[in-house]
Ligand binder design. Structure first.
Ligand SMILES: C[S@@+](CC[C@H](N)C(=O)[O-])C[C@H]1O[C@@H](n2cnc3c(N)ncnc32)[C@H](O)[C@@H]1O
Length: 291
């Protein structure tokens, strides 16, 4: 059940009770089933979804005394996550072209799928830290994360951008042109597994510095194995949505998608081919550095 103090306005408060959780962004409502705790979230005036796993996950859980791990990081606990998320987004140096793309995408059906501004900036930072020349993205959509990375690649660099949606890629390509990075982006329309296998067949194993995985979640294990072959030792495979709106930590949620992400996270935790760090940026990103 949804109730709201000013439903339809960009700054309204939504209270979620019963068997529904909702997260709202510009003019679009997404409701999914989950636990019955009452939640509050604020509509976004600026076109990005609140992908705050922690905010949705705040519970009566006060942490584990035995392990010494607190319930939530101090800043989030003090704030509830809401203002802090807004504050973090306001600290992003978002180029105008990315802001325009984000705002256009947020009005589209499925606009919630694009990464948040801090994620885009974080990916660009990782590409710079790696001195990346060759990157791959699996799951481009309208191109926010791909553009964030392509913009920081050197002129000699290349991003292979994979997606199966012609319609989404058309928007992405328009923005690549507007940003003047088209020559650095190799757009591949089709099923991403086929594209990755083609790259391996043409001898690209170990040639990539960084890969970003943000497509169909149940295929993550297969993409990951292919991407791990494509990146060089010391290169990064970055996996998005590994917290799945916080549901991975809620033992009452047992749907197959959540469970597949939990299983995949556990697999990464134990994979000794990589150095591994799960960071709570956006909806959770796993950094997998190939050893
Ligand atoms: C979460 S969105 C990607 C968001 C994007 N990274 C961004 O920042 O806007 C997932 C994308 O994966 C694509 N996708 C899903 N399954 C795919 C597959 N099997 N092969 C290629 N692309 C796929 C979808 O078409 C969709 O555009």
């Amino acid at each position: 059940m949804l109730s709201t103090s000013s439903f339809g306005m960009h700054t309204g408060l939504i209270t979620m009770t019963g068997n529904a959780k909702a997260c709202l962004w510009r003019g679009i409502t997404n409701v999914w089933h989950g636990s019955s705790r009452s939640k509050v979230c604020r509509l976004q005036p600026d076109g990005y979804q609140q992908q705050r796993s922690f905010r949705l996950q705040i519970s009566a859980d006060r942490g584990n005394v035995e392990s010494g791990i607190p319930a939530t990081p101090k800043a989030i606990e003090a704030d509830g996550g809401e203002r802090l998320f807004q504050y973090v987004q306001a600290q992003v140096r978002e180029p105008e072209i990315l802001r325009t793309l984000r705002q256009e995408t947020s009005k589209m059906r499925g606009g919630v799928m694009q990464v948040t501004p801090d994620q885009g900036q974080f990916l660009a930072m990782l590409a710079r830290l790696l001195g990346a020349e060759k990157c791959i993205e699996v799951g481009v959509f309208t191109g926010y994360s791909a553009l964030a990375v392509a913009m920081v690649l050197p002129d000699s660099g290349c991003l292979v951008a994979c997606d199966r949606s012609e319609e989404s890629l058309a928007i992405a390509e328009r923005y690549f042109r507007l940003a003047g990075v088209s020559q650095k982006v190799d757009v591949r329309l089709g099923m991403a597994v086929d594209t990755l296998k083609e790259l391996l067949a043409q001898g690209d194993a170990g040639r990539y510095d960084m890969a970003f995985l943000d497509a169909d979640k149940r295929m993550y294990p297969e993409y990951y194995e292919l991407l791990l072959q494509l990146v060089r030792p010391g290169g990064l495979v970055i996996v998005d949505n590994v917290l799945w709106h916080g549901t991975v930590a809620d033992s009452s949620v047992m749907d197959t998608k959540t469970q597949s992400i939990r299983d995949f996270n556990d697999f990464l935790l134990n994979d000794d081919r990589i150095d591994y760090s799960l960071v709570t940026v956006g909806d959770g990103m796993s950094l997998c550095r190939k050893r």
